[in-house]
Design a protein around this ligand. Structure first.
Ligand SMILES: [Zn+2]
Length: 253
């Protein structure tokens, strides 16, 4: 597995929200330090690429805020790089911010500026490298932006699991992945705010590992192992590193 990351994601002045708080990226990465996963720095998404997912007028409003645009286009570029690595056979995790799954075609919302994961899929489709995709979003919140941006693409299936307990949640994921057919790539909106001490109050650290394992196994079975994940939420910094590590260990295999 490859880790897509850039030191610039440590910057915390591009916005004032929970995703932008100082120390969050350091926390997310803290568990991964000693692993052998190669780190690769992305290049920023271009305005032309961003137009695949977003209304040009909206993109322009972000361009006019240079610091925010620099960070958000780099995050989008990180997702694109992770998608390309995955398509070429290297599983990848993009540890980026701002997150993306709430950003719609026409606007920012919920700490998100550009629709990072959806854009990565649209770039691969524009390059004729995929025709279908399966998106699983395990953030505590619905990826409404991803749904909006991918709405015109019926072969992009989106799964936002919701259940009352962690046990039911994992059962639901296992059942749905077991019923899924072949697809060109698995794309994961990896939000860690469903953690028991975060806003979602549900999953424990080993549950994130189980999610990673279930998705890896499904992708090996259904998409030739092509899979990538992009960081979304996750605000309980003390345990964020352990949760990211647990997921990545299951996801990488
Ligand atoms: Zn969330």
């Amino acid at each position: 597995m490859k880790l897509v990351y850039d030191e610039r994601f440590r910057g915390s002045t591009y916005a004032q929200d929970n995703a932008a708080i100082p120390g969050r990226m350091e926390a997310a990465l803290s568990g991964l330090g000693d692993r052998a996963w190669e780190r690769i720095a992305p290049v920023a998404a271009t305005v032309e690429q961003l137009h695949l997912a977003h209304d040009p007028g909206y993109v322009q409003t972000v361009v006019e805020d240079p610091e925010r645009f620099a960070m958000a286009s780099l995050a989008a570029g990180g997702a694109i790089l992770a998608g390309r690595l995955a398509r070429s056979g290297d599983p990848a995790f993009a540890c980026v911010r701002p997150p993306g799954h709430h950003a719609s075609r026409t606007g920012a919302w919920g700490h998100c500026t550009f629709s990072n994961l959806a854009l990565a899929l649209l770039v691969l489709r524009a390059e004729r490298r995929i025709e279908s995709a399966f998106v699983i979003d395990f953030d505590a919140h619905t990826g409404d932006g991803t749904r909006d941006v991918l709405a015109g693409w019926p072969q992009a299936e989106i799964f936002n699991p919701f259940a009352a307990t962690a046990e039911e949640y994992l059962e639901l994921v296992e059942t749905r992945l077991g019923a899924t057919g072949p697809t060109d790539i698995f794309a994961v909106s990896a939000g860690f705010d469903a953690y028991k001490l975060d806003v979602g109050h549900k999953l424990d650290t080993p549950d994130f590992g189980r999610l990673g394992t279930l998705i890896r196994e499904a992708s090996v079975r259904l998409s030739r192992g092509r899979r990538f994940a992009v960081l979304e939420g996750g605000y309980y910094l003390k345990d964020l590193g352990a949760n990211v590590l647990a997921f990545c260990q299951g996801f990488a295999g």
